[in-house]
Design a protein around this ligand. Structure first.
Ligand SMILES: Cc1ncc(COP(=O)(O)O)c(C=O)c1O
Length: 463
């Protein structure tokens, strides 16, 4: 499995002859859950907020259920189940390394999430490391570096501009000190793919390293550390159909081995002894365990490995083809509604995953999202999606309090204060995106059928 995410090839990275109309969604938990509508009756819930958290794959749930009776402590028990759990934990590391097409010397560290992974990397930066990050990043990629010498790069409007902006910033940097570039693979706001391979080449040409935030990329697209030539990659299990509280930081071992452990405690230490002066001497592990102190989340880790296997077996060619078929359906449907403006940094032709944000003229986004839920049983997200600078750039709006529910927050043609995001993936049936497009058209044409009010800053049905 491999992929090239440079802007020229991303759209065609998966080109196996798949007839998307024939491909079935992968079975996920919750696919038969029904929810009540304010207008009466019940419908099957349309989970269209995969970018926040994707439902568990049925296969992941089955694997976890099969393992659960054998659950035991990892790296610290003599019993059979502890041995078995330790084996599964370490095999999961190997599965993830294979899924990411890591280099032989790379380390896979298990964390809680992408946020945790990037904070771990921030904690092990060498002294005087310069960090370069685009202002368009998710807060998890934007904020962990604030104790370092960080340069925030302006939002580019094309993939080529992103590379040129980075090149310019790196050319001005102290050429002898360590440097790190942090970049997303796919935007959690626009779904657009970033030119990761080209950014990695630019970083390396200037002696810098690069970490890929693959939180939104890995669930939708194959990721090859080797081919993209990134130094680290981070992702979260709960966005990869494995919602059991684990994440991954994989990549170069040296900075990780040279730094103090992220957490101090059992599991990270190889030898601890009292000193004569009353203190304590510690010898830390130099393996991934150095940054995994405490009892690890073996179920979370095992579920990530299960998801990696399931996605690989389903085949990314097939998954990408099916998802692109859904992306086209949604984009074509929204394009038929003049009141809808889809948010984009790189333009209509940019390759993208199944994450689409938009605003509707004359609608408060929270009101619109509440009506999609209450009247159609569709779960989307509204707001600034933990990427405040990017969404404000795309909306052309200033930070402000959100408008009152029910009251249009922006008149037609005016800027909106926040946005609506629809996102989907391997478990999404056509019916969910078709219902969504129909709902958007009906709400815009006829208005909401119900009354809504504001409660704790959110729109909710009035009754
Ligand atoms: C691009 C991106 N990076 C990082 C994160 C943070 O992921 P987590 O909340 O799992 O730590 C998200 C979450 O939405 C994201 O979309």
């Amino acid at each position: 499995m491999s992929a090239s995410l440079n802007s020229a090839t991303a759209a065609t990275a998966c080109t196996a002859p798949v007839d998307p109309a024939c491909a079935e969604p992968l079975p996920v938990l919750g696919r038969d859950v029904t929810v009540p509508l304010v207008t009466g009756g019940e419908v099957t819930y349309a989970a269209l907020d995969y970018a926040a958290s994707a439902p568990a794959l049925q296969r992941v749930w089955d694997d976890v259920a099969a393992y659960a009776p054998y659950y035991g402590s990892v790296h610290r028990g003599a019993g059979y189940l502890s041995q078995l759990s330790t084996d599964l934990f370490e095999q999961s590391r190997a599965t993830v390394a294979e899924f990411l097409d890591c280099r032989p010397a790379d380390q896979v560290v298990f964390t809680r999430s992408t946020t945790d992974s990037l904070n771990l990397l921030a904690a092990v930066l060498p002294a005087d490391c310069q960090v370069f990050v685009f202002e368009t990043e998710h807060h998890a990629s934007l904020l962990p570096w604030r104790d370092a010498r960080v340069t925030y790069l302006n939002a580019p409007r094309t993939p080529g501009q992103a590379v040129a902006t980075l090149e310019r910033a790196l050319a001005d940097r102290d050429p002898y000190g360590p440097a790190l570039v942090c970049v997303t693979g796919a935007s959690n706001v626009t779904g657009e793919l970033w030119p990761v391979k080209e950014l990695a080449a630019a970083a390396h040409a200037h002696g810098a390293r690069i970490v890929l935030d693959a939180a939104q990329l890995a669930p939708h697209h194959p990721v090859s550390v080797r081919e993209l030539d990134v130094d680290w990659v981070a992702f979260s299990g709960h966005k990869l159909y494995a919602p059991f509280g684990s994440g991954v930081l994989a990549g170069r071992a040296d900075w990780l081995q040279e730094a103090e452990p992220y957490l101090a405690g059992g599991g990270a230490s190889r030898k601890v002894a009292r000193r004569e002066d009353g203190g304590v001497d510690v010898e830390w592990h130099t393996t991934a365990a150095r940054h995994e102190a405490g009892s690890p989340n073996v179920i979370g880790v095992y579920s990530i490995a299960s998801a990696c296997r399931a996605l690989n077996e389903a085949g990314f060619d097939q998954l990408v083809a099916r998802e692109q078929h859904l992306v086209a359906r949604v984009r074509e449907g929204l394009a038929e509604v003049p009141a809808v403006r889809v948010l984009s940094l790189f333009g209509d032709d940019a390759p993208r995953v199944g994450v689409i944000s938009f605003v509707v003229d004359g609608w408060n986004s929270s009101h619109f999202a509440a009506a999609l839920s209450a009247e159609y049983g569709i779960g989307v997200r509204d707001g600034l999606f933990c990427a405040h600078p990017l969404v404000r750039t795309l909306l052309g709006s200033e930070p402000q309090a959100q408008g009152e529910c029910g009251a249009p927050e922006a008149a037609p043609g005016e800027t909106s204060l926040n946005a609506i995001r629809v996102s989907f993936g391997a478990g999404t049936p056509d019916e969910h995106v078709d219902r969504f497009v129909r709902a958007v058209k009906e709400l815009v044409a006829d208005g909401a059928k119900w009354q809504y009010r504001t409660e704790d800053g959110r729109c909710v049905p009035a009754v």
